[in-house]
Design a protein around this ligand. Structure first.
Ligand SMILES: [Zn+2]
Length: 125
């Protein structure tokens, strides 16, 4: 009986944790501010840093090929690339701090950096 009880408590605990995690994720999602800048690194070296709230297109030249990064509507995406797998293009748009697009063949990493607090104000500006 004790065993059953323990097990039941575990299940309740796990369920509670899951609900908590879900609520937290939702909370973070709603409270999340859009990122402030997009950083571009090639082979681990920073080559460009662009504001996320200004539309732009940036060709990224690497030794292996070229990627075309497009920032539009406060989101960044790889518009095109001449890498063999095109995974970076398929990744779609990123807009939240910490999100990134990686092009392994070209060693290109595009990351959204955290914006200042009050991101909603910045977006409405
Ligand atoms: Zn790629």
């Amino acid at each position: 009986m004790d065993r059953f009880k323990t097990h039941r408590n575990d299940v309740l605990l796990i369920a509670a944790l899951l609900i908590l995690a879900g609520a937290l994720a939702l909370f973070l999602r709603l409270g999340r501010h859009s990122g402030g800048t997009v950083s571009v690194t090639v082979g681990g070296e920073m080559v460009a840093e662009l504001p996320l709230d200004e539309d732009a297109s940036l060709p990224i030249e690497t030794e292996s090929g070229t990627n075309l990064l497009v920032i539009e509507g406060a989101a960044a995406r790889m518009e095109s690339a001449d890498c063999p797998d095109l995974l970076c293009v398929k990744m779609g748009a990123i807009r939240w701090a910490g999100e990134s697009i990686v092009c392994l063949p070209h060693q290109v990493v595009v990351t959204v950096e955290g914006g200042p607090d009050g991101g909603f104000d910045a977006a409405a500006r």
